[in-house]
Design a protein around this ligand. Structure first.
Ligand SMILES: [Zn+2]
Length: 334
């Protein structure tokens, strides 16, 4: 499910209204940047914002607050992803690089100019997937902007983009909304679910919290915690557990596992006052924290961070998981 899949292209998310207003003002004063960089963590609606802007730039019948109408011919072409002046540049496969040929195909002089005499919009997402050659090729375009052509770069990892690219874009940074706002918004979509827990697990990012309910991530996390506990009780083996986890999304596996170890460290240090991620598991964490070895916990957390950094390059995830879980099995000796 993409971030924008279940959101209307015609509604500004309540925590993005300030950024939207800034854009509308710029547009009305003819100061719209030719390149924008949308940054902030996963699940804050950067992709939604990019599509909202694309629709606004292409629509022939703008509504209040410069929101696209959704019904004119341009809007219908955009919804069908066949608008000649709209291009989405993404990796051929998720997790892979955006290559120079892809950028070249769109930076040829002709294809950068609008077909209809209006705006031309190009979204690059995730922009941190650009490999070095592709980034260099894009840089030339950024240095020689084409009138009425707007490039929108979207990334949750702005630090991975070359500084030369970042400095040529106007940055719009998104941060998690206040808990009350996020909770109210989330309750429009999920009734009766544990929104506080979901938001905590999603670091306050509302769209990520929503995704967790849709793809069963919450149940997956709970099962993983039970399996970690079963390893400590010598009921489950680290090897067997690694085998099962190897079939899951590795990004989630490392995230839930790290979150659990981080919580244990926090509870061990700050005891009752600890701010934790797994807020439904506080009692269990407190009981466990008394029995685990701090030095081993920190060492395991370092290894989990390293595993997260090398996620896309990891060839033998099963072997890595076995090794991490063997360390976990040995965590209890003080
Ligand atoms: Zn329209």
């Amino acid at each position: 499910m993409s971030e924008s899949a279940q959101l209307s292209n015609h509604v500004v998310l309540p925590w993005q209204s300030e950024q939207w207003q800034r854009l509308v003002d710029a547009k009305q004063h003819n100061r719209l940047p030719h390149a924008l960089l949308l940054t902030g963590s996963v699940g804050l609606g950067k992709s939604h914002f990019a599509h909202l802007l694309a629709a606004s730039l292409l629509c022939n019948d703008l509504q209040a607050n410069d929101i696209a109408c959704g019904t004119c011919q341009a809007c219908r072409l955009l919804q069908a992803e066949t608008h000649p002046d709209y291009t989405l540049i993404a990796p051929e496969e998720p997790g892979k690089a955006i290559k120079i040929d892809t950028i070249r195909a769109f930076t040829q002089r002709g294809s950068l100019t609008s077909q209809s005499g209006g705006h031309k919009v190009i979204i690059i997402e995730p922009a941190d997937a650009l490999n070095t050659a592709a980034a260099n090729s894009l840089l030339k375009t950024l240095e020689e902007p084409v009138e009425r052509t707007v490039l929108i770069l979207v990334t949750a990892n702005a630090g991975r983009l070359p500084a030369t690219i970042r400095s040529r874009c106007q940055q719009y940074h998104f941060t998690p909304p206040a808990t009350a706002l996020a909770t109210t918004w989330l309750n429009n979509y999920i009734k009766g679910a544990d929104t506080a827990l979901l938001l905590s697990l999603a670091s306050g990012a509302p769209l990520l919290a929503l995704k967790y309910t849709a793809d069963g991530a919450l149940a997956e996390r709970t099962q993983m915690i039970e399996e970690l506990m079963a390893i400590l009780k010598r009921v489950n083996s680290p090897i067997g557990t690694a085998q099962r986890w190897n079939n899951l999304d590795q990004g989630n596996v490392i995230k839930w596992f790290s979150g659990w170890v981080i919580d244990l460290i926090r509870v061990k240090i700050a005891s009752d006052a600890a701010v934790i991620i797994n807020i439904d598991q506080r009692e269990r964490l407190q009981a466990l924290a008394r029995k685990v070895n701090s030095r081993k916990l920190y060492a395991l957390l370092d290894r989990l961070f390293e595993a997260n950094r090398t996620l896309s390059a990891q060839l033998n995830t099963q072997m890595q998981l076995e090794s991490l879980l063997l360390d976990w099995a040995d965590i209890g000796v003080e």
